[in-house]
Design a protein around this ligand. Structure first.
Ligand SMILES: [Fe+2]
Length: 439
């Protein structure tokens, strides 16, 4: 199953319980509009808990996200007469605010499938209570589109799309997978419900015995791509294939397009001359269309560069480069001795947000690390307008670390305050989720 998921970007799970599915469908049909989202959805239709707690679903989530996965608070019901979802699209990064990008700009994971942000730390779970077999309606998933190099919403069908429409089916999909609704021919047909849940990985894959991958992946990409993700799931550091040519001469003069630049940078990823490459990237003229820090991070993530990055941070580089470098280190998953020191003293909200994001990736099960994130979460006065960025990253980090440490931290009064605040809707949803879960 894991190998199919790595290639296709989704798996389908069956729940054989027609009484449960009919019951859920009846309740959704009878509910007045709009059907509430998030925890309100479960309060209205408590039977939905039986879906996400079903052994087949739990087993699949554990395989794909690890045993310590957690549920994201976002929960929502869609009807297929919702016309806005009828184009191929991705939800991640625009939708949940769990999608991580370095400086709050558009995530550039989409430009190249080697990106560490493509590693699967977030899953969407789609559930159909009933089937409508006589029509072509349904939710379409485009296999392997999690690797597409596009942010513009245009999806190309390199492989036959998968249509989900059967009763009791659950599709578990990669955060970056393109999907869409096939709308009914007219609006008078009985609406078909699809319920969506989101789950997060709370720690990086451990070194384990997943075995060797398929001899051939039979996908649309080079097998290196699938092996790269497979190795991450096995807790093995992937050795980036060296496609290196002599690119450094052209780098500063001829590249004006982000996609070209990122592909070039990845091509340089096999270089062993880390210092020279860092210096070249740092000298690229900074323009809106060339997100230098993100590009840099993507490349360095693939190189044997941890000590070079740590020394740059300790040299006191400015905040935007520091934020990018912190992000690289977290996603590389390599132990960094200075990390907790940075976490306790960082003064930039972008950098602290990235430190919060990265701490569960590096310090799973570490109570000292959890306590430090909690301390910074309580530091309300320090960050001015950047405070919500820090709080959102910190609250997700606390949820993950709490899960792996088995400790519920003392943050009830701060959570209560955020539940009352409307300054950031996502923060408010997370705070309510935490309150319901812990206090
Ligand atoms: Fe969607």
């Amino acid at each position: 199953m894991l190998q199919d998921f790595i290639r296709d970007g989704y798996v389908e799970v069956d729940i054989d319980d027609s009484t449960l599915h009919n019951n859920i469908n009846d309740k959704l049909s009878a509910h007045e509009n709009p059907i509430p989202r998030n925890d309100g959805l479960i309060e209205s239709v408590p039977e939905l808990s039986a879906i996400i707690d079903h052994p087949n679903v739990v087993s699949a989530l554990k395989t794909l996200l690890g045993d310590s996965y957690i549920q994201h608070p976002h929960k929502e019901v869609f009807l297929d007469n919702n016309w806005s979802n009828t184009n191929p699209h991705r939800d991640w990064s625009s939708y949940y605010s769990v999608g991580h990008n370095i400086l709050g700009k558009k995530a550039v994971s989409y430009f190249n499938y080697w990106n560490l942000h493509h590693h699967c730390r977030c899953l969407q779970v789609f559930y159909y209570p009933v089937s409508i077999p006589d029509t072509k309606r349904g939710t379409i998933f485009i296999p392997e589109s999690q690797y597409y190099n596009s942010i513009d919403g245009v999806a190309y069908y390199y492989r036959e799309p998968f249509r989900m429409r059967g009763s009791g089916k659950v599709v578990i999909a990669h955060q970056d997978l393109f999907h869409m609704t096939i709308k009914p021919k007219n609006r008078v047909e009985i609406p078909r419900f699809v319920v969506k849940f989101v789950f997060l990985r709370s720690e990086e894959p451990k070194v384990n015995s997943q075995g060797t991958p398929k001899a051939s992946w039979s996908g649309i990409y080079n097998d290196d791509v699938y092996n790269y993700h497979w190795d991450w799931y096995r807790g093995v550091s992937y050795k980036f294939p060296s496609y290196t040519e002599s690119y450094t001469d052209t780098l500063e003069n001829e590249i004006t397009n982000t996609r070209e630049l990122i592909n070039l940078i990845y091509a340089m990823g096999g270089s062993s001359d880390v210092g020279t490459v860092i210096d070249h990237i740092m000298r690229i003229k900074k323009e809106k269309t060339l997100p230098r820090e993100e590009v840099l991070s993507h490349m360095l993530a693939l190189m044997d560069s941890t000590s070079d990055i740590v020394s740059k941070i300790n040299e006191g580089i400015i905040w935007d480069k520091r934020a990018a470098f912190i992000d690289i280190l977290a996603n590389k998953g390599e132990y960094v001795s200075n990390w907790l020191e940075w976490l306790s003293s960082e003064k930039s909200p972008y950098c602290l947000g990235n430190l919060c994001y990265g701490t569960p990736l590096l310090f799973s099960g570490n109570v000292d690390a959890l306590n430090l994130v909690v301390k910074r979460f309580k530091d309300r006065d320090v960050f001015g307008r950047g405070i919500n960025r820090v709080l959102l990253k910190a609250i997700i980090s606390i949820l993950k670390l709490s899960k792996t440490c088995g400790v519920i931290p003392d943050i009830e009064s701060e959570i209560n305050e955020l539940c009352m605040s409307g300054s950031d809707p996502y923060l408010n949803i997370f705070a309510k989720h935490v309150k319901k879960k812990w206090f």
